[in-house]
Design a protein around this ligand. Structure first.
Ligand SMILES: Nc1nc2c(ncn2[C@@H]2O[C@H](COP(=O)(O)OP(=O)(O)OP(=O)(O)O)[C@@H](O)[C@H]2O)c(=O)[nH]1
Length: 315
């Protein structure tokens, strides 16, 4: 039946997810299929499978574990690509299950302050828009702070989200001090009794000390108004940067104390396994993933769905 309107939201998200991850799952699936045809399983085949997994950026320890699991009980036997995919899905899910955690807005903070950080163009504004929409639909009073004071377009983009979600936007002039803007925003959110304050920040490269110091200052200044804040620090990562994501996590975690990750643009890479490598290494909660340009393409992260999609298992 081709009636897509009867699809449940879950089903349509699965479609978006598996289509979005096609580059990774397609590359993986084709390479595995090539390896297993007309051969019996031996050490050389397992090494080749491990290489394929490394090329998808799953990381050395996860790739080795999967190869080991594929080999268990199967030496000298024929093996199908589907069997390998099933093992990949099972092992990837084991890594991801402990980190797949929703973003929880704890009671007792008014406002609950969420600082959104990351490099240029990683998808911070899209993430803020999505979160503002979600919280507003739950009846929460949201406020936005346009802490990316470098780019006029970023301030405008946030204002559009403010209008859409009926959230007031605290913004300064282009080039104004982002720490004082954060200070003003949290003060205003307190005075107005807003439930949640989402603070955008300028995109910055993790190796630019000056900008990272500025981010440190933003956090310090926020704490002057509420010493328990920020209550969540979300690092938005662009999956297409590959291994560079590892050093981004390290640097932003050191500077701002990241509490959770959002990974966007998984549709733009054949190396979507980077999310698995990051999870294995840092064990930071993963809240959302993005598999396309639209705000509906950013959804809460579910370990099992992701593991099946990346392994190329059809629902
Ligand atoms: N293909 C794809 N594009 C995405 C995804 N998430 C965001 N984008 C696009 O990436 C671009 C940058 O997203 P923004 O949300 O503006 O990123 P930002 O981090 O706020 O950017 P700066 O303000 O430049 O730091 C936009 O064109 C988005 O539509 C995704 O999951 N997949």
């Amino acid at each position: 039946m081709n009636d897509t309107t009867s699809e449940t939201p879950k089903r349509s998200w699965w479609r978006r997810l598996s289509d979005g991850l096609k580059r990774t799952s397609g590359a993986l699936g084709t390479a595995v299929a090539d390896l297993v045809t007309k051969r019996k399983l031996d050490r050389a085949m397992l090494d080749d499978i491990e290489d394929v997994l490394l090329r998808a950026d799953l990381g050395t320890s996860v790739a080795a574990r999967i190869a080991e699991a594929v080999g268990t009980g199967r030496y000298d036997k024929a093996i199908s690509a589907d069997e390998v995919k099933a093992v990949v899905a099972t092992e990837v899910e084991k890594v991801l299950s402990p980190v797949a955690k929703p973003l929880v807005v704890e009671a007792g903070h008014k406002p609950f302050v969420i600082l959104v950080v990351g490099v240029n163009g990683s998808g911070k504004t899209t993430t803020i828009g999505k979160l503002a929409q979600k919280f507003a639909s739950e009846g929460k009073q949201v406020m936005l702070a346009a802490g990316d004071t470098f780019r006029a377009a970023a301030i405008e983009q946030l204002k559009v989200w403010g209008e859409r979600t009926r959230a007031p936007v605290i913004a300064g002039a282009q080039g104004s001090d982002s720490a004082s803007l954060a200070f003003n925003a949290i003060t205003a959110a307190k005075e107005q009794g807003r439930d949640i304050l989402l603070i955008d920040t300028a995109g910055r490269l993790q190796n630019k000390a000056e900008l990272m110091n500025e981010l440190e200052k933003v956090v310090r200044v926020i704490r002057k108004v509420d010493e328990t804040a920020p209550h969540a620090v979300l690092l938005v990562l662009d999956a297409t940067v590959g291994q560079n994501a590892l050093s981004q996590v390290e640097a932003f975690h050191r500077t701002a104390g990241v509490t959770g990750l959002v990974m966007t643009k998984l549709d733009g890479t054949a190396r979507g396994g980077i999310l698995v490598a990051l999870s294995e290494k840092f064990k930071l909660p993963v809240h959302f993933i993005g598999v396309g340009e639209g705000v509906e393409d950013l959804q809460p992260f579910a370990a099992k769905d992701f593991a099946r999609a990346i392994a190329g298992i059809e629902d």
